[in-house]
Design a binder for this molecule. Structure first.
Ligand SMILES: [Zn+2]
Length: 83
């Protein structure tokens, strides 16, 4: 018997686009949700990992594009307020 879904989830929310900066070659790239993995480490907490498309090294850290946009909006708001 199949599971009964009470509300459909949104995989895009669970795995958003993540922006990485490679510490090895300084490549800046965005990874779709099938291109990176989310790691939940008990020491380092929750972080993302992807392979750099330029040099092939593992890049950890990263930040969701949404989170970054929110921060930039806040900064813009702040700079408007000071003028
Ligand atoms: Zn790289």
């Amino acid at each position: 018997m199949p599971m009964r879904v009470l509300r459909n989830g949104n995989p895009d929310v669970a795995r958003p686009v993540v922006r990485f900066q490679c510490k090895n070659c300084d490549c800046l790239f965005e990874a779709e949700r099938h291109e990176y993995s989310a790691v939940n480490d008990y020491r380092n907490g929750y972080y993302y990992r992807a392979r750099c498309p330029c040099c092939g090294k593992d890049v950890t850290g990263g930040e969701t594009v949404k989170k970054k946009q929110r921060r930039e909006e806040k900064l813009t708001w702040k700079s408007f307020g000071s003028e």
